[in-house]
Design a protein around this ligand. Sequence first.
Ligand code: ZN
Length: 334
Amino acid sequence: MISIILFHIFALQNELNMQRNFYVLITVLLLGFMACTQKAEDGQTTTSKETLDIVTTTGMIGDVVKNIVGDKANVASLMGPGVDPHLYKATQGDLKRITEADVIFYNGLFLEGKMEEILLKLAKKKPVFAISEKMPKSRFIDYNIGKKEERKSKQIFDPHIWFDVDLWSNSVDVILEKMKAQDAKNEAYYTKNAANYKRTLKNLHTESQQKIASIPKAQRLLITSHDAFGYFGKAYDIEVNALQGISTVTEFGLKDVSNLVNMIIDRDIKSVFIESSVAAKPLEAVIEGCQKKGHDVRIGGTLYSDAMGEDGTPAGTYVGMVKHNVNTITGALK
Ligand code: ZN
């Protein structure tokens, strides 16, 4: 009996020792990891880690980064399929991920409404970049057109810049420049990938222009839940209208519904479109309104507006998302 008790005490001690060793090992590993990350003179953190951990806010940005860095860095996006960036609040897990990340890319222009403040704070300590920062400002859509009072106080630009493929391809240059600075050893690889991806985007832009142009001009009216498609409309010559403003935070009233109903009936529009990251219900009020007035309008399909599709599906990449949208719009409005 005593020997059994002694054996248990011995085993327990052994276990405690192992636990202590484990904690010592973890601490050593953590210190080693921290030692690899040094503060540079300009206050930005440079890193000598073999593989960088990059975090992006939206999946669209993550996809551009992946196309540039290939297998030379780890890329994770905080906002997955179906997530609305306007309303998105960082979770505890997100805070941990952005604190641990070596490089962070976000959209800017207040797309990440509730996260922008955290990102701006973090930018003082580590490489955090808004991909819209160096894009040609002249191409941004000023959302305050016609609202003089608001324009005086602050300029608000439409943040949905990924909908003009040509404008979005500027994000490749911004990300490439930053990655070359953060990870010089892979500069040649990143430069080659970026050039290839820009070619893909150029083709996608032309293809999208041609497809939308095939819709007869009178039927070229894109009605969606929220005003995400302003850049799309401008780039591909299609009129756009939505129930809610550029942010899903804005409310809409009965007047907005009846205005849209009248427009659909006047123009004899066949389809309206729901969005993968916005509730469909508000748009259903528009459909009902049309039906009450004897005009049959249907849902032309689901568009990927502020988030890409599930990983591994055709719309799970930026190129696939744009193709899906263009094909859905063309198919339903023609
Ligand atoms: Zn949006």
